[in-house]
Design a protein around this ligand. Structure first.
Ligand SMILES: [Zn+2]
Length: 239
């Protein structure tokens, strides 16, 4: 594969896309492509982080485990990377990273990335830019979870998953998993999915969700979807 072809493949990830060709050339020997298989765990909370993953397509959810159950704290796709602890001086994973939507990623040993970040200012900056976006997203989500309805959050989650997965309008998703993602009981998700379906915004059957009216779904989502998308476009512009 020529380095141009390889770099254009790597640029499917927004963080990698922010790096110059010559920097990507330095990263390339350390990168390995891996499939993202739903329900696979990339790392467990508290475990030593061996690799940093940059998704090219697919969605990985960071999960918090509490006594009452588990809930998603963030969804990461081709806009970011899993292992931002490495940019903050940490060695152990802050959360469990669980693949939700299929795709692929390139992964790199944490130590190799850290060594490159120490030598290349642009690598350091782009990792920190993503951390900045991640913090904005996390703060918005705290407010979202306490103020916005399950219907609005469900619409927001589907739009975000659609944006970040690189998949077409339809994707596999069980109600059980969506309930985990939203941190609510399953009956609430059933009601929300039914409401969105009745409004003609999605079609949902046998574990497959099809977005039938993307614009309508954006109107049904809470303001957080737009706030987070604009922050991403500002901090890590699409190339
Ligand atoms: Zn919200």
């Amino acid at each position: 594969m020529s380095s141009d072809t390889r770099n254009s493949l790597l640029r499917q990830n927004r963080v990698l896309a922010s790096l110059a060709d010559r920097t990507l050339d330095q990263l390339a020997p350390h990168l390995e492509t891996v499939p993202l298989v739903p329900r696979n765990v990339l790392c467990e909370a508290g475990e030593r982080l061996e690799f940093v993953h940059f998704p090219l397509a697919g969605v990985v959810c960071l999960m918090a485990s509490l006594r009452e159950g588990i809930a998603e704290t963030a969804a990461v796709g081709a806009e970011g990377f899993i292992g931002l602890e490495c940019a903050l001086g940490g060695d152990s994973a802050l959360s469990r990273a669980l693949v939700q939507l299929p795709g692929s990623a390139v992964r790199m040993p944490l130590e190799a990335l850290r060594a490159l970040a120490a030598r290349h200012e642009d690598v350091r900056h782009v990792l920190l830019r993503y951390v900045r976006f991640f913090v904005i997203q996390a703060l918005q989500s705290v407010a979202c979870n306490s103020l916005h309805s399950v219907d609005e959050r469900c619409a927001k989650w589907l739009l975000t998953a659609h944006d970040r997965s690189g998949l077409a309008q339809s994707f596999p998703l069980t109600q059980e998993f969506l309930a985990e993602m939203l941190g609510v009981h399953r009956p609430s998700v059933t009601i929300a999915a039914r409401t969105l379906q009745r409004a003609g915004l999605i079609r949902y059957s046998r574990g497959i969700i099809v977005i039938t009216d993307r614009e309508g779904l954006e109107e049904a989502a809470c303001e957080c979807y737009g706030v987070i998308r604009r922050a991403l476009d500002e901090i890590l512009p699409a190339h």
